[in-house]
Design a binder for this molecule. Sequence first.
Ligand code: HEM
Length: 119
Amino acid sequence: MPYEFYKILHFTGLILTFTSLSGYIFYLVQNKSNEKKKLFSILHGIGLLILLVSGFGLAARLGLVSQLPLWVYIKIAIWLLVGGSIALIKRQVMGPMALYLIVVALSILAAITAVTKFV
Ligand code: HEM
């Protein structure tokens, strides 16, 4: 598949991951139905999977897979933290809004890492 295909998939994963996280937090804060929370939790998982697969697809198209640069490892670390966010919300480790802001900050860092490749 061409590079553009993986990039569109990467953005699709991004959108799915963050809109589902927002939906999950909304229903959590509103103390609303568990079905909806479950649905958003599943969509979050699907979004993360698409992000990871498309991320490696992009890395392959850029010829980086044989020796992954540090910036890709940083992105994988951020992906793991974003992946753990719903579990942290469920365990109420901190307030949903605080965690949401941390996840947004992490994602902006991931985008900066991808665009500037500063390391
Ligand atoms: C929360 C997680 C992530 C976010 C927010 C994110 C965000 C982005 C963004 C915004 C771009 C486009 C940059 C551009 O237009 O130049 C991008 C590109 C890319 N991402 Fe991710 N990404 C994430 C996870 C990952 C993961 C886990 C991998 C690796 C397995 C990865 C590998 C890549 C690669 C290789 C590119 C292409 C860079 C280029 O074209 O120069 N990303 N990412």
